[in-house]
Design a protein around this ligand. Structure first.
Ligand code: NAD
Ligand code: LMR
Length: 452
């Protein structure tokens, strides 16, 4: 959030205050008994602004704060009533955002609702997160970010369950990772489990991040990994089914080919609802946003509603037809069609292979870990009406075969998601969406034995 954006927001929602410093000095310091200095944490500022916003919308902070801690104690009827209230709150915020589009509140509102769900609600119960492939490249870039609070917010304690293969070298490397985690003395980390047993790793977990698998190297397509990796996900699906928390466990698959591996996991874990399992395509969305930002010389954060359809593979369809740069529809901006079809789309589709080439055989790791942080954070915190791409079990939306894990634009709220429906699809898009659909059908048929 830039100072200018905060100023704009403050002057809009807190009448009488023109800018951030005046607001901080006079109002927040006052509220906090004069204890808050102008350099106090962004979190406190956001808390105050969130409260202000909620009040101006007729909501109450108490309602918001008691939500997480009390939810688990309620009966099903009460939970349904609370769900309704929380849904309403999201709607109000989206409506507020739509009315104030000219002020470009999106970055602030995005963070505010994230703040509401994650940053502002101190949670006593630790979240248990399993990470497979803990000693791998992505694992090393991921685990420390989760431990620092980037995924579940700065007030959510975490217990890390790290899984590796039963191999002396891998387990030794995992021990090294755990030692470094201990040496970081992260205040949020309340426990570290290291194991080579999937059943131990997944016991009682809220989130399972399935990263561990073979990566591809030069001159391979991700589908070439199908045979090598598919069996991992049937074994891990069964273990999750047995020792996970059923409908309270959420799973994100990163190991390639991610979409089909997510389908294998889901079929092997019938106690976990299919809507709790997804494959990551956020890296592709982030790549698309960067390509656009570089081409249009704009800030990457100002792009919204960029969609990745289909498979996390070279057939995926990065689609800008519904996208915005701030409040400008991307199709109204001067974007050369040749650039779109000959540069943008192939660049996004083949970026993984380009990174492998550049890193002499090693696939992307820090960007994958970062995209996974974005994926889970959106799912956990909600996106206040903004779209994220996620590969989820299709129920036939946009003509996709039921049960395939196909990447769609989704909106997250209340720790779940809804596919953005009824988008207009022109013939160019329809063809691309069908090509990636066909590839997913072929992948499904190649692993038919693991789907029984
Ligand atoms: P890596 O080889 O550096 O690490 C993988 C780790 O997983 C290794 O330590 C290995 O021992 C472990 N592992 C293998 N099988 C396992 C199992 N059954 N249980 C637990 N651990 C196991 O690879 P990486 O670079 O970390 O990539 C991991 C996977 O993620 C690859 O399949 C890669 O293609 C994929 N990937 C996906 C995306 C995406 O956007 N979906 C992005 C980047 C990489
Ligand atoms: C990526 O997109 O970078 C990963 O899926 C790794 C790969 O094989 O491309």
């Amino acid at each position: 959030m830039t100072p200018e954006q905060v100023d704009a927001f403050v002057s809009k929602t807190a009448p009488g205050y023109e800018n951030y410093s005046q607001f901080i000095k006079e109002k927040i310091s006052d509220q906090m008994g004069g204890k808050l200095s102008p350099s106090a944490s962004d979190l406190e500022t956001r808390y105050y602004i969130a409260r202000k916003l909620l009040e101006s919308l007729g909501g109450s902070t108490g309602q918001m704060r008691s939500y997480d801690s009390n939810y688990k104690k309620l009966n099903a009827k009460q939970q349904a009533a609370l769900d309704e209230i929380m849904k309403k709150r999201e709607e109000i915020i989206v409506e507020f955002y739509n009315k104030n589009k000219n002020v470009d509140l999106s970055p602030i509102l995005g963070r505010l609702t994230a703040a509401m769900e994650c940053d502002l609600t101190p949670q006593n119960e630790p979240v248990r997160v399993a990470i497979t492939g803990g000693a791998g490249q992505i694992g090393y870039a991921l685990i420390f970010r989760i431990a620092s609070g980037a995924m579940f917010g700065p007030h959510t304690p975490i217990i890390l369950h790290l899984l590796e293969i039963p191999d002396e070298k891998a387990m030794k490397a995992l021990k090294g990772v755990a030692m470094e985690l201990e040496d970081c003395a992260f205040p949020l980390v309340r426990g570290i489990v290291t194991t080579d047993s999937p059943e131990k790793a997944f016991e009682g977990v809220d989130w399972a991040l399935l990263v561990g698998a073979k990566p591809r190297t030069n001159n391979m397509e991700r589908a070439d990994l199908l045979k090598a990796n598919a069996a991992i996900f049937s074994t891990q699906g069964q273990a999750l089914n047995k020792v996970g928390r059923g409908k309270h466990t959420r799973v994100v698959v990163v190991g390639n080919p991610a979409n089909t591996n997510a389908m294998i996991t889901s079929v092997n874990a019938p106690r976990i609802p299919p809507e709790n399992i997804a494959a990551m395509t956020r890296l592709d969305q982030n790549r698309a946003a960067y390509q656009l930002a570089a081409y249009l010389k704009a800030d990457v954060k100002d792009f919204h509603n960029i969609v990745i359809w289909g498979n996390h593979s070279a057939t995926q369809f990065p689609d800008i037809a519904h996208g915005y740069l701030k409040d400008k529809h991307l199709t109204d901006l001067v974007i050369d069609n040749k650039w779109l079809t000959n540069t943008f789309i192939p660049n996004v589709q083949k970026r993984g292979a380009e990174v492998i080439k550049a890193k002499e055989g090693k696939s992307s790791a820090a960007s994958a870990a970062s995209a996974l942080v974005d994926t889970v954070r959106d799912w956990y915190c909600g996106t206040s009406g903004k779209w994220s791409s996620l590969a989820v079990a299709s129920k036939g939306e946009y003509g996709v075969t039921k049960g395939l894990f196909y990447s769609y634009p989704v909106i997250h709220s209340n720790k779940s998601w809804d596919i953005v429906k009824d988008l207009p699809i022109d013939s160019f898009a329809a063809e691309k969406m069908e090509a990636t659909h066909k590839e997913l059908l072929q992948e499904r048929d190649a692993v038919a034995s693991l789907l029984k």
